[in-house]
Design a protein around this ligand. Structure first.
Ligand code: G3P
Ligand code: MG
Length: 247
């Protein structure tokens, strides 16, 4: 296997339980707990701005409504992305991808960018996020790891910026996933932790792929996976697990 430049522990959606997920505030909280690697979800506005949001709609985590793919960035930038979480975060904006890139590089943090397209936007999002990531991390020692559940998004990322590392996300081991990972030229496979065990880690390693899991919030599960040789653990529990607590 090739050298792996990423820390074992990654904070999920920033530190997206302790602060509003996928906001700069969440990244600050994670860094405050000693985290030096993050996962976040990136999608596109109607006018092609890459920004952070998990859901297909704005309703749960912002003051807006409906699909973000039907709004321009100028409107999305005015939304409140923090009040839903707790009063101290009222007014926290949705971050542009470029802001998160700047935070990570200023603080020596690695980033796993989950390409999270709105429905029907897989290829457009994969290509745009890869292009922007290559621009934002040009010359950086550690490139961001691009990942997606959507093979079409990863294929577009591969075709746009072939040198950026890619990881296939799996919530189930669907038929043909190994062939898909091969065709996509991934460096990692990132599964729901319930799918991962020593046997699968060994299978992945034998093919030259790193093995990562999401979202582990239980110490015993983390300890078992570490003993089995896991390469990366995405967690919400940045105050209980990982840097300063376990690693
Ligand atoms: O990237 C791993 C993990 O974030 C995938 O699940 O739904 O939290 O984006 P989700
Ligand atoms: Mg995610």
């Amino acid at each position: 296997m090739k050298p792996w430049p990423y820390p074992l522990w990654l904070a999920h959606r920033g530190a997206g339980k302790l602060a509003p997920e996928n906001t700069l505030a969440a990244f600050r909280v994670g860094a405050g707990f000693g985290y030096r690697a993050f996962e976040c979800d990136v999608k596109l506005s109607r006018d092609g701005e890459a920004f952070l949001l998990h859901d297909d709609t704005l309703d749960r985590t912002t003051s807006g409504q409906g699909s973000p793919a039907e709004q321009d960035w100028a409107a999305l930038a005015r939304l409140d992305g923090g009040a839903w979480h707790s009063p101290p975060y009222t007014g926290e904006p949705l971050p542009r991808f470029a802001q998160i890139a700047a935070f990570c590089q200023a603080n020596g943090c690695a980033l796993n960018i989950e390409i999270k397209p709105c429905p029907g936007e897989d290829a457009r999002t994969g290509a745009a996020v890869a292009r922007e990531a290559a621009r934002l991390w040009a010359g950086a020692a550690v490139p961001p790891l691009l990942s997606s559940f959507q093979p079409d998004a990863l294929a577009a990322a591969r075709d746009t910026e072939p040198t950026l590392p890619r990881g296939l996300l799996l919530d189930e081991l669907w038929a043909g996933w190994q062939e898909a990972a091969e065709a996509l030229g991934v460096v990692a496979v990132i599964t729901n932790w319930r799918l991962m065990d020593r046997s699968l880690i060994e299978q992945l390693h034998a093919r030259g792929w790193r093995a990562l899991v999401y979202t582990v919030n239980d110490a015993a599960v983390a300890e078992r996976l570490i003993a089995d040789g896991i390469d990366g653990i995405i967690t919400d529990a940045v105050d209980r697990l990982g840097p300063g607590a376990m690693a």
